[in-house]
Design a protein around this ligand. Structure first.
Ligand code: ADP
Ligand code: MG
Length: 566
C-alpha cells in the first residue's frame, strides 16, 4: 500500500497529461483514518465514472458490536451510514470542475426500503466500506489533477469523518436504527408463531405522496385495526404495539372504489421489506415470501405446468409443459401463480385491478351458458381453497366488483374511507342467502417443476457480456431484454443490477443441462446468503450499485429471460 503523499505526488506529476495517465492511480492509499482504494479508472472523462472505495478500520469507525452483530441490524446500520454519507457527498458533487463527468461524486440512492447493498458494507470486526463513483476531472481530455486533489484530499476526508465514524454521529439516532431493525425482525418472526400472513400496525401511514414519490402522504388517514382483528405484540424496544393481524387462509379486501383497497395491498406487497423510520410503513410486515400475482400479457412462459388452471386448449397445446412467447392475460396469471409456488411462497397477493377477469371468476350465468367442458380455464376461485388446504398458501385478494369470493373467504375486510372494517360475519350471511353452484373441479395434480436448464442458453463462456438496466423496468443482457416491469415487488434499480449479474453468473457456472431452475436458484440464493452480494462479482473489484433481491425475484427474473432454454 502507498501513502496519500505518494498519491498526491503522482497526481501532481500527471497533471496536464493525456487522460489515460490517470490509469496509474489504481491502487490503495493510506489516508489518515482510512484506506482509499482506487478500484477502476474510467477511460475518458465522458465514460462511466471511476470506482473508488473507502475502508475504515473497525477500531477507527468505532461502532459498538451490538449495533451490527446480527444480519438485520448490520443491514440497517449499513443503510443508515450510506444515507448519511450520501448527504455529505451531495454537497460536493460537481464542486470540482471540468469536462464530461469531471467532479461527479456519487453513491447509491436509497429509497424507503432498507436493503443490503454493496455500496456500504460492515465487515466482522466493524470495518466500514463505502463504494462510490468519482468523475476524475479533465479539461477536454487533458488531466486536471488539481481538481481531483480537491476531491480526494479536501472533500472526501470530511465526508468520511462526518458520516462513517461513530463518534461523529448522534448515538441516540444510531441506536434507534438498530432498535427499529430489532423490532421489525421481531414482528417478522412473530408472524408464523401467531398464524399471521401480515401485520399492519395502528397508526401506520399507507398511502404515498404521489405516483412518483414514495414518501408518506401528508394528512393521510392513519391506519386503525378493526377490534376483532387486533393483535398486540410486545416489541423488544418499542414495547406494546397493536395492529391488524391478517391470518393465514383466504382474506378478501372489498370496498367502494377509491376507499383505499389497492393502497393497503401495495403496502402489504412491500411489507416483505423493512422500511426506514418515518416512512409510515415501519411496522407493516408481511410474510417475506409473499408474491404479488397479476396478469402479464405478452410475457414468455417456459415449460410451466399450468394444468391446475388451464386444460384442453382448442389448439391442443400442452398445458403441463406450457410454453409461449406471448402469453394471454389468463395464461400469464396462471404461470405467475405456479411459478410463485415453485419459488416457495406462503402468501399470494392479488388485486382485481391488475388481474385477468376470466382467470379470477366465472359467473353463474356464464357457467350455465358455456358448459365447463368447453371452458379451458378453471378459475382461481375454484382453486383458492385447494391452494390453502393442500399447499398452505394463503391468498389476500382485493375484489371490489365481484361477490363470488365471499363464499370462499375466511375473512372479509371492507375498506371504508381508508379504514378497515371486519365484515366477515355480514358478508358470510349475505353469501349464504345467495348460494352459488358449488361443484368444485377435480383436485389438481401437484405441478411439476422439473425444468432442467440447458447449457446452450443465451451466451457462451468467452463472450463479452454487456449488461444494462432501465430503471426498474428491464435488464438488457447483450441483445436480450428481460422485462420486469410487472414484477412489482422489485423496489430498487440496484436489485435489477444484481439480477443481471446473477443471470450472468448462472450462465457461466450453473446451467449444466442437469440442474433444474429451482436448483439453480437455490445455489444462487445460498451463495448470496452465505457470502453476500460480493460472491457474484467476478471482476477485479466489487462494484457499488448492487442491492439484494429476494429469492422470489430471482425466480421471476429467470422465468422471464427469453434466451433461457429449458
Ligand atoms: P381503491 O383501490 O379502493 O380504489 P386506492 O387504494 O387506489 O383505492 O386509493 C384511492 C386514493 O386514495 C389514492 O389516491 C390514495 O393515495 C388515497 N388514499 C389511500 N389511502 C389513504 C389514506 N389512508 N388516507 C388518505 N388518502 C388515502
Ligand atoms: Mg384499486
Amino acid at each position: 500500500m502507498k501513502s496519500s503523499v505518494e498519491l498526491r505526488e503522482l497526481l501532481n506529476r500527471i497533471d496536464h497529461r493525456g487522460y489515460p495517465a490517470y490509469k496509474d492511480t489504481r491502487g490503495t492509499y493510506q489516508f489518515e483514518g482510512y484506506i482509499l482504494s482506487i478500484d477502476h479508472v474510467q477511460g475518458d472523462p465522458f465514460a462511466a465514472p471511476s470506482r473508488v472505495s473507502v475502508h475504515v478500520p473497525g477500531k477507527i469507525a468505532g461502532f459498538p458490536t451490538d449495533l451490527y452483530d446480527a444480519p438485520h441490524k448490520k443491514i440497517a446500520l449499513q443503510d443508515y451510514l450510506l444515507r448519511h454519507f450520501a448527504r455529505q457527498v451531495e454537497a460536493f458533487t460537481f464542486k470540482a470542475k471540468g469536462s464530461g463527468k469531471s467532479g461527479l461524486m456519487s453513491v447509491s440512492r436509497c429509497g424507503q426500503e432498507i436493503l443490503d447493498r454493496t455500496a456500504c458494507e460492515i465487515e466482522k470486526g466493524g470495518k466500514v466500506i463505502i463504494r462510490m463513483e468519482i468523475g476524475f476531472p479533465a479539461n477536454g481530455r487533458t488531466i486536471n489533477s488539481r481538481e481531483l486533489i480537491k476531491i480526494l484530499f479536501d472533500f472526501l476526508p470530511g465526508c468520511v469523518k462526518k458520516s462513517l465514524y461513530y463518534q461523529s454521529l448522534n448515538p441516540q439516532n444510531v441506536k434507534k436504527t438498530a432498535e427499529l431493525a430489532e423490532d421489525q425482525y421481531y414482528i417478522r418472526n412473530e408472524l408464523p408463531k401467531r398464524g399471521l400472513a401480515a401485520f399492519v400496525a395502528n397508526g401506520s401511514i399507507l398511502p404515498r405522496e404521489s405516483g412518483v414519490s414514495e414518501r408518506p402522504m401528508r394528512g393521510a388517514v392513519a391506519f386503525q385495526s378493526p377490534a376483532s382483528m387486533e393483535v398486540e405484540l410486545q416489541l423488544p424496544n418499542h414495547g406494546p404495539l397493536k395492529g391488524m393481524g391478517i391470518k393465514h387462509g383466504i382474506t378478501l379486501i372489498v370496498g367502494g372504489g377509491y376507499h383505499g383497497k389497492s393502497t393497503l395491498l401495495k403496502a402489504l406487497e412491500l411489507g416483505v421489506y423493512n422500511h426506514i423510520a418515518g416512512d409510515g410503513r415501519e411496522y407493516v410486515i408481511t410474510d417475506d415470501t409473499a408474491v404479488k400475482i397479476r396478469a402479464e400479457d405478452g410475457r414468455s412462459i417456459k415449460q410451466v405446468d399450468i394444468s391446475m388452471f388451464i386444460n384442453n386448449l382448442p389448439n391442443g397445446k400442452d398445458t403441463v409443459h406450457f410454453c409461449t412467447e406471448d402469453a394471454s392475460g389468463s395464461t400469464s396469471q396462471a404461470a405467475n401463480v405456479i411459478e410463485a409456488m415453485e419459488a416457495g411462497t406462503n402468501v399470494m397477493l392479488i388485486d382485481e385491478d391488475t388481474s385477468a377477469t376470466n382467470f379470477m371468476i366465472r359467473d353463474e350465468l356464464m357457467q350455465r351458458v358455456v358448459n365447463r367442458d368447453s371452458e379451458p380455464i378453471t378459475p382461481f376461485i375454484d382453486r383458492v381453497q385447494e391452494l390453502y388446504q393442500e399447499y398452505r398458501i394463503s391468498t389476500i385478494l382485493v375484489a371490489g366488483s365481484s361477490g363470488s369470493y365471499f363464499h370462499k373467504a375466511d375473512c372479509v375486510i371492507q375498506m371504508d374511507h381508508y379504514l378497515p372494517k371486519d365484515i366477515t360475519a355480514f358478508a358470510k350471511k349475505e353469501a349464504a342467502a345467495f348460494p352459488i353452484p358449488n361443484e368444485l373441479p377435480e383436485a389438481s395434480k401437484t405441478p411439476s417443476y422439473a425444468r432442467a436448464v440447458r447449457t446452450d442458453a443465451g451466451f457462451k463462456k468467452n463472450d463479452r457480456i454487456k449488461m444494462k438496466t432501465q430503471g426498474k423496468d428491464s435488464i438488457l443482457l447483450n441483445r436480450d431484454t428481460i422485462d420486469l416491469r410487472y414484477v412489482e415487488q422489485l423496489t430498487d434499480t440496484e436489485q435489477l443490477h444484481t439480477l443481471g449479474s446473477l443471470v450472468k453468473y448462472a450462465q457461466f457456472h450453473l446451467f449444466d443441462g442437469k440442474k433444474t431452475l429451482s436448483q439453480v436458484v437455490d445455489v444462487l440464493d445460498k451463495l448470496l446468503e452465505e457470502k453476500g452480494l460480493s460472491a457474484i462479482c467476478e471482476g477485479s473489484y466489487i462494484p457499488s450499485g448492487l442491492a439484494m433481491p429476494r429469492k422470489q425475484e430471482i425466480f421471476a427474473c429467470l422465468n422471464r429471460y427469453r434466451a433461457l432454454k429449458l
